[in-house]
Design a protein around this ligand. Structure first.
Ligand code: SAM
Length: 229
């Protein structure tokens, strides 16, 4: 059986060349990226590509994001360890694992039951016990568990979804999400203070669409990809 140690050198190289060289600095984020075995979250046929500088297919026409994007989104929300986090777009479960390393409790929502089931299985096998995977339309958030200190959306929304906005912690809640259409998206960082939301636009990116009531209609818009452009 392949163990995560077989890939440790490749993972370290990924961190040094793809993350540190592009400016990721937070030592906790870098350590989490060094620890989480990305190859466990892709199919056996794609394992040899798991540490490449690109997104990879995971089924259902969806992708596991480029490592740099996972690290950047994680760095942008400044996790110190005590946070309750909502991830929208579980996909393979890889980003959820990185969040589990750095936060107290992670809730992750996926619209495809098959992806949610597989991600849940891999996360449990790896021993992550601070994560709950839910199946549903993440554009509506997960109101029962709100508020969240951090919300991380890993699919592109046409605009900031209202329910996610209102499920942010009123005292400094943070959210990071790609916003735009199929041609142009930016990673936005939203910070909430009471009833004020500050929005900062960062780099251009290309994500699969957030499909749902406060996202895109099924099959409209954005082509499968997710990395930075
Ligand atoms: N975070 C994932 C990972 O680490 O593998 C990558 C996610 S992939 C780029 C985007 C995911 O968002 C897909 O799995 C897609 O099915 C999911 N998605 C899209 N719209 C959604 C919605 N409204 N609710 C929940 N999940 C959604």
């Amino acid at each position: 059986m392949t163990t995560s140690d077989d890939f440790y050198a490749l993972r370290t190289q990924m961190v040094d060349t793809q993350l540190v060289e592009r400016g990721i600095q937070n030592p906790r984020v870098l350590e989490a990226m060094r620890r989480v075995p990305r190859h466990e979250f892709v199919s056996a046929e794609l394992r040899h590509l798991a540490y490449r500088d690109c997104p990879l297919p995971i089924g259902e026409n969806q992708t596991i994001s480029q490592p740099y994007i996972v690290a950047l989104m994680t760095e942008l929300v400044h996790l110190s360890g005590h946070e309750r986090v909502l991830e929208v777009g579980t996909g393979s479960g890889y980003q959820a694992a990185v969040l589990c390393e750095l936060a107290a409790q992670v809730y992750s929502l996926e619209r495809f039951p098959r992806l949610a089931e597989r991600a849940g299985y891999v996360l449990a096998e790896l021993g992550y016990s601070n994560v709950e995977i839910h199946v549903g339309d993440g554009s509506q958030g997960l109101p029962d568990m709100a508020p969240y200190d951090v919300i991380l959306v890993t699919a592109a929304a046409p605009a900031l979804p209202g329910p996610l906005r209102s499920q942010m912690n009123e005292r400094g809640g943070r959210m990071v999400l790609p916003v735009g259409d199929d041609r142009r998206q930016y990673l936005e960082v939203v910070t909430r203070m009471g009833n004020r939301w500050e929005i900062e636009q960062t780099i251009p990116v290309r994500f699969v669409p957030l499909v749902g009531r406060y996202g895109f209609a099924p099959r409209s818009g954005v082509v499968p990809d997710d990395g930075f452009v």
